[in-house]
Design a protein around this ligand. Structure first.
Ligand code: SF4
Length: 335
């Protein structure tokens, strides 16, 4: 379990080592610093922390050093990207673990989890988790995880092995992010500053280029799309429906595929390959070759994505019509 540096046993292990950041200037700690750099680099470049675990000391201590580096850089989006990348690594490892090991890890987080065998409909559930623990970490913005959509018996939510792994993954995401933001100010040793510079350079090279093409290519964005765009620009994670609505809207008002991908580069869980596939799919360039339209205002309201319309909204039934109507008006006024 020590290859998962978030469980209490691993934390005890770090404490036992008596390691401090000042040690990083020593030759012996170079591999730890190098591994911490690789962890963050992998998060930035691939969205998942990858790499062989050859030395358990290096593995666990490099996690703490990576946290210190990110705390010093103090960039909310980078910290979130790292938290997601670490969580993905843990999630991938957990899926390979036995039921017993998974249960042990979940219990070490003080969760009330039990091993069961219960069939509901045609589904076999192998774990039950107390609803309070379940509610502490459900993956965000996904109706699948909402309590009302889950099988619940005597206060316990029935889940499968993969779902327990996913909940632990989510726990890790919160844990890592909170760990970074809770580090107080500190004086970094020389060796750490060098890595901070490298990471800052790498991160700034991966930032989206310019703001061209983001706002208005003719018409006005309706309030709903302005809200979604603003969230995206702030690097917030959008739900599946929010992504669908904004992407189809942008495609249909003539945004280039690459411009849309650039916008999504801001979200912490950005993965260029997946984003490109999804955007191209919605644009009708893949699969069914169907070009999707944005959801109607009615659907937007059902999903709570309409922030309340303005005067123009009263005349339309789809955010796309808002844009078209406003561009027609603009052209008329310019004549
Ligand atoms: S009424 Fe339609 S276009 Fe206007 S903000 Fe709501 S969802 Fe968007």
């Amino acid at each position: 379990m020590q290859n998962i540096p978030f469980v209490p046993k691993a934390q005890e292990y770090i404490a036992l080592k008596g390691f401090t950041l000042k040690d990083l200037d020593k030759e012996y700690f170079k591999p730890i610093l190098k591994k911490a750099y690789q962890r963050i680099r992998s998060a930035i470049m691939r969205g998942i922390v990858e790499g062989e675990i050859n030395d358990i000391d290096v593995e666990i201590l490099s996690y703490s050093v990576a946290i210190a580096i990110l705390a010093y850089i103090n960039d909310k989006r980078l910290s979130m990207r790292f938290a997601i990348a670490e969580a993905r690594r843990v999630g991938a490892e957990l899926k390979k673990e036995s039921d017993t090991k998974l249960l042990e890890i979940a219990k070490s987080l003080s969760w009330d989890v039990r091993k069961i065998e219960h069939i509901v409909g045609n589904e076999l559930y192998t774990f039950a988790i107390h609803f309070c623990d379940y509610l502490s970490v459900p993956p965000p913005n996904d109706p699948y995880w909402k309590l009302v959509n889950r099988a619940l018996i005597n206060g316990y939510v029935l889940i499968r092995k993969q779902e327990l792994a996913r909940l632990i993954e989510e726990y890790v995401r919160h844990y890592v992010y909170n760990k970074v933001v809770s580090v107080g100010k500190f004086n970094p040793p020389e060796a750490l500053i060098n890595v901070v510079k490298e990471i800052t350079k790498l991160w700034s090279r991966r930032q989206p280029k310019g703001e061209e093409g983001i706002s208005g290519k003719g018409g006005r964005f309706p309030p709903c799309m302005r809200v979604l765009l603003e969230s995206l620009k702030n690097g917030e994670n959008l739900s599946h429906m929010e992504r669908f609505a904004l992407t189809t809207f942008l495609i249909n008002i003539g945004y280039e595929i690459d411009d849309i991908i650039e916008l999504f580069r801001r979200v912490p869980d950005f993965n260029e390959k997946i984003t490109r596939y999804q955007v191209e799919h919605l644009a009708g360039l893949r699969g069914s070759k169907k070009r999707y339209l944005p959801p109607s205002c009615r659907t937007m309201k059902t999903f709570n994505l309409c922030p309340g319309g303005d005067d123009l909204c009263r005349k339309i039934r789809n955010p796309l019509s808002y844009y078209k109507l406003s561009s027609r008006r603009k052209m008329r006024n310019e004549k």
